[in-house]
Every structure is written in C-alpha cells, then in structure tokens.
Ligand binder design. Structure first.
Ligand SMILES: Cc1ncc(C[n+]2csc(CCOP(=O)(O)OP(=O)(O)O)c2C)c(N)n1
Length: 330
C-alpha cells in the first residue's frame, strides 16, 4: 500500500482511463480476429493498464513522454485523440501520422509524446536527448521513458542510464516489467531478479512497485518525478506487472504456463482498482458501468471515424519524409 495516495478525482480518472485503454485494445483485438484492415502487427498491453495509466497521470502535461511498441495506454492516458489514433492504426490519411506509422510508431507531438518505437531499447537514448534539451533550457518539465524488461538488456539503455547519471539529466526511466520479452522469460535474459536494483550502478535512485496497483504506481512516479524535477538527476522505476496476451495478436502464448496466467488473471489491475474505489465509496457500481458505456461509445465512434476515412493518396508516400536542411545551399 502506498504511503500517500492520489486524490479522489485523480483516482476516478485513472480508473476511467484504464477502462478506456482496455476497451480500445479489446476492440483492436476483435478487428484483427475479424480480419479487418489494421496496419501491421497489433501489440497490446492487456494487464499493464495500471502501470501505464497511473505513470502518465502522475506526470504533468508539459513532461515529455517516450514510449515503445505498447504505447496505447500511455497515449490515451495523455488524452491523445482516440479517433486519429484508431485512424492511424487503420492506415488512414486522417491518422495521427497520416496513416504512415501504424500502431508501432505512433507519434503525437500535441500531447508531448515525442516518440513511440518498436526498435527495442531505442527510447531511452532518444529520451536522454530530450532530457538534455530540457536541462539546457532550464525547463521545469522532465522526460519519462517507458520500456520493457527485454529492452533493459540492450546496450543502448545502459548507455542512456549512465549518461543520464553523469549529466544528472531530468529523466525518469520507467521499466514496465511484464515478465516477458517476446517468448523469452525474464530469468532467461536478466541475471538479477529485478531491473530496479541496477539503478545504483548509474548513480540514481531505483524503486520497485506492484505495477498492477494504480495507487502505488502513481505515488512512486510522483515521488521520483519530483526527484528528477528538482535537479537531482535521473531515477528508475520498475513497475512489476504481467503481459496477459501474447507478444502480439499473432502469438497464442503456447509457451506460457496456464497456472501462471491464472495467477495473474486474479490480479487484474482494473478489477482490483474498481473494487477498491467502490469499496471506499469513491464510486458506485453504476458510476463504473457509466465509465464502461462511455469508453465503449468512444471506441466505436473512433472505429467508425477510421473506417469512413480515406486512405492516403499514393503521392503522400514521399511527403513528410524529407526535411530541407537549414544549411542547404549556403
Ligand atoms: C533492436 C530490436 N531487437 C529486437 C526486436 C524484436 N522485438 C520486438 S519486441 C521484442 C521484445 C521486447 O521485450 P520488452 O522490451 O520486454 O517489451 P515487451 O514486448 O515485453 O513489452 C523484441 C525482441 C526489435 N524490435 N528491435
């Protein structure tokens, strides 16, 4: 249980946001199953909603976020436009990246989401650059970068952590340890039991939390973000959670122990949080059903918008891919 809990309104928002993310991803899963047109591989973060939503809610809108291939929760919690995200995933011209990125590289600059990328481990080095810029400009904002336990084994990530430690960058590393990297279990690629213990090697505080507990995640991110914001340098949070579906929608988890899955299903972050807020009298069951109806209506409207939107014109393929150098012709 966290020492200081977020306020009631924030907690209600977190639940509503988690419900929206789950509804969005369930619908995406159905689009894949129905063989509807979606661009590329669909990678969902079912089970990780508390980790992603509570982290984002604990940041300020001015803070920069950098995400990876499981980005829907981060972006929707940031209030990125659900319709243009769905349109992007369906490869439409109205998409947030004009139908050229698909789900794996969604970028929403309007909500300070600098990058999402499926290049495993690329985020932290990019985030170090963003945090350096914030430090250089003496800004209040920080950068938070989300990555998986698999990414934590990449050389890039260690370089980014080391540099952030040396330069005292305002950079919060958030590892959503979902126990899997593709079909590889944590113990097959990580010599220590948890990622957070590595923090001290880079001169920063590290904290391990129950990633299925939204209150705990929110409190930890608030505390570590404050550390980064106050000029003390980077921090590392490990939100220990679980990937309830396959790596992507093509993967049927044949390698996963059924008992392990059942164990984690009992720790569903949305069910736990819903029960807690109702039990504490912050919400009624009817309020929660209202949140579910609202989420479902928003998702359906997004699908309709995306389905009715045009595909990009062929010539759009060469637009926005080339930036004229300011030094050209000098
Ligand atoms: C540089 C690089 N290496 C390998 C891959 C293939 N790949 C895609 S996702 C993934 C697993 C990543 O695991 P993790 O970082 O734990 O994130 P998770 O998928 O569990 O959220 C791998 C190996 C890739 N996309 N990029």
């Amino acid at each position: 249980m966290p020492t200081s809990r977020p306020g009631g309104e924030i907690r209600r928002q977190m639940l509503a946001s988690m419900i929206l993310v789950r509804a969005f991803e369930n619908r995406l899963s159905k689009l894949v199953a129905d063989k509807e047109d979606v661009l590329g591989m669909q990678i969902l973060a079912t089970g990780q909603e508390a980790a992603s939503v509570a982290s984002v809610q604990a940041l300020t809108p001015e803070d920069v976020i950098v995400s990876n291939h499981r980005s829907h929760g981060h972006l929707l919690a940031r209030n990125a436009d659900i319709k243009t995200i769905m349109a992007e995933i369906m490869g439409k011209a109205t998409g947030v990246n004009k139908g050229k990125s698909g789900t794996l590289h969604l970028i929403v600059p309007e909500v300070n989401a600098l990058m999402t990328s499926t290049v495993v481990g690329a985020g932290p080095s990019m985030a170090a650059g963003a945090a350096f810029a914030q430090q250089y400009r003496d800004e209040r904002a920080i950068t938070a970068v989300f990555f998986g336990d698999g990414a934590a084994a990449e050389g890039n990530v260690h370089e980014a952590m080391n540099l952030a430690g040396v330069w005292k960058l305002p950079l919060l590393f958030i590892c959503e340890n979902n126990c899997w990297a593709g079909a590889q279990a944590l113990k097959e690629h990580c010599a220590v039991g948890n990622i957070a213990v590595r923090a001290s090697s880079y001169g920063m505080p590290g904290k391990l939390v129950d990633g299925n507990d939204a209150d705990e995640v929110h409190s930890a991110v608030s505390e570590l973000a404050e550390h980064c914001r106050s000029g003390k340098g980077p921090a590392l949070l490990e939100a220990y959670t679980y990937r309830m579906r396959g790596h992507g929608e093509h993967d049927h988890q044949h390698y996963v122990d059924k008992e392990e899955l059942e164990l984690w299903a009992a720790k569903d972050p949305i069910r736990i949080y819903r029960a807690r807020l109702v039990q504490e009298g912050l919400l009624t069951e009817e309020d929660v059903r209202g949140m579910e109806r609202d989420a479902s209506a928003r998702v359906e409207e997004a699908v309709r918008f995306a389905a009715e939107s045009p595909f990009p014109a062929p010539e759009a393929a060469v637009e926005d891919v080339w930036v004229q150098s300011p030094w050209a012709g000098r």
